[in-house]
Write a protein that binds this ligand. Structure first.
Ligand code: ATP
Length: 310
């Protein structure tokens, strides 16, 4: 006999978003293995959902559904499970356990920090489920232990990231930006892209400039100005590993995008449009060229990890 579904009320659910780096400046790798970054993150409206409910103490499991679910580990390697286990270790290993469910929309290994978003979602959801006495700053500190992008995925909006990208300051941003995302057929490994960056940039600086041009464009709310100054130091490395990316970027530019950029370590490409109508046109035309797996229209900035209340 089929097990009856647990009542919906048992679940705490959190919505998390994907991110684009509007500027991504990368420095020379440090002895600890990390690259210094100077980056401006923007959260965009591509959402995963992370749900958690109580399980026996010490028991953690995850079910993944949605886009590319088969490419996400459904065991202890899953970043959301790592997040839940990390909190449980600190707050009550003999008392806490959780069953997790993740619904994916953010491309897997696509340069939009989907795994980090799921970890952020699990941190927030577990802290609510287990009724933990924990501040947002403390939650962000746990996030930083899981990955450099997790603190931003908790916070969302628009932020300047320095250090490993985990030292965050909110950035003033006026208006809403319309993006067209070209999702790629295959994945790109972030560590592999950074290794290629090292090969291509033996003289990368240690001290990085602030991306002031991007921050100025955001303050003025001028999409055309923002489009002109989008910059990603990882783009040549990603393109060296996936030469087809250059063709996708060129196609978007020819179709009138205000700016075109590889998102993070790629291979997702992001095109900035002047407004919603321009984004619709661009997405239809890019789609008809058949250069990518799928096209998504999104807006940013949007909030980071947020409880879904019903
Ligand atoms: P990055 O934050 O490094 O830019 P990304 O957005 O390119 O990451 P992710 O979607 O976070 O890539 O996935 C990177 C790898 O992490 C995947 O290949 C996958 O095997 C693993 N992974 C672990 N947990 C998750 C998760 N919850 N969702 C997606 N991928 C996960």
């Amino acid at each position: 006999m089929a097990t009856p579904l647990a009542p919906e009320a048992d679940w705490v659910r959190v919505r998390v978003s994907g991110k684009i780096n509007l500027a991504l400046r990368v420095g020379a790798v440090r002895p600890n293995g990390y690259h210094p970054l100077s980056t401006v993150f923007q959260s965009v409206s591509l959402f995963d959902e992370v749900g958690v409910r109580w399980d026996e103490p010490g028991r953690f499991s995850v079910t993944v559904t949605g886009d590319q679910a088969d490419q996400v580990p459904a065991d202890d390697r899953n970043l959301a499970v790592k997040a839940a286990r990390l909190l449980a270790r600190s707050y009550g290993p003999s008392r806490l356990g959780a069953e997790l469910s993740i619904r994916k929309t953010i491309p897997v290994a696509g340069g939009m920090a989907g795994g980090s978003a799921n970890a952020a979602g699990a941190l927030l959801a577990c802290s609510v489920l287990w009724d933990l006495d924990i501040t947002p700053d403390e939650l962000r500190a746990y996030g930083a232990q899981l990955g450099a992008d997790v603190p931003f995925q908790l916070m969302g909006g628009t932020a300047l990231g320095t250090g490993r990208g985990d030292e965050l300051v909110p950035v003033l941003s006026r208006g809403s930006y319309h993006w067209v995302l070209a999702l790629s057929e295959d994945e790109l490994s972030t560590p592999a892209v950074f290794r290629r960056f090292d090969e291509l940039n033996p003289d990368a600086p240690v001290d990085l400039p602030m991306p002031t041009d991007v921050m100025n464009a955001l303050v003025s709310g001028d999409a055309a100005a923002l489009g002109r100054v989008l910059a990603n130091d990882l783009e040549p490395a990603a393109a060296a590993m996936r030469p087809g990316l250059l063709q996708v970027l060129a196609a978007g530019r020819e179709l009138g995008a205000l700016g075109a950029i590889v998102s993070g370590a790629g291979p997702t490409c992001a095109f900035l449009a002047a407004n919603e109508a321009a984004a619709v046109d661009l997405s239809v035309q890019l789609s008809s060229q058949g250069l990518c797996r799928a096209i998504r229209r999104v807006t940013g900035p949007v909030p980071g990890a947020r409880l879904i209340t019903t």
